[in-house]
Design a binder for this molecule. Structure first.
Ligand SMILES: [Zn+2]
Ligand SMILES: [Zn+2]
Ligand SMILES: [Zn+2]
Length: 127
């Protein structure tokens, strides 16, 4: 588990620096802070470590298919849609509440405006 992908089921071994990372983003951060900043090396043969059974396995990304989304040792489904940190969800929730408040305020404002603005004024504003 890392701060980028909360439901990471596997660790990946970066072929460039031979270190284990939970996601490519972790590699970016680690590589940036290292003495030899670099991009992750793209490879057709990825090495994974299952977080459930702790076993290591390789996958050929060129021939990766649906059946390869499971750990060959324990059948753990490791290709999942990433669950990103909760903060984002909380912000979304706040936004909804803000939105509903805003909608209410807008309706009140609209009513006030209608009593203030006559038809001509409203038309001029819209035009
Ligand atoms: Zn690397
Ligand atoms: Zn990460
Ligand atoms: Zn496994």
């Amino acid at each position: 588990m890392c701060k980028h992908i909360l439901n990471a089921q596997v660790a990946i071994r970066a072929p460039c620096c031979k270190q284990w990372f939970d996601c490519a983003e972790c590699h970016v951060e680690s590589a940036q802070n290292s003495e030899t900043p670099h991009q992750i090396k793209q490879t057709m043969e990825m090495v994974f470590a299952c977080k459930k059974c702790k076993k290591v396995f390789r996958k050929d990304m060129e021939t990766f298919e649906e059946a390869d989304e499971f750990c060959p040792h324990c059948d753990n489904h490791f290709v999942l849609e990433a669950v990103e940190p909760k903060a984002r969800l909380e912000v979304e929730g706040e936004d909804v509440r803000k939105d509903s408040r805003m909608l209410k305020d807008d309706r009140v404002k609209a009513k006030e405006q209608m009593s203030i603005w006559d038809d001509e004024g409203e038309a001029a504003r819209l035009g």
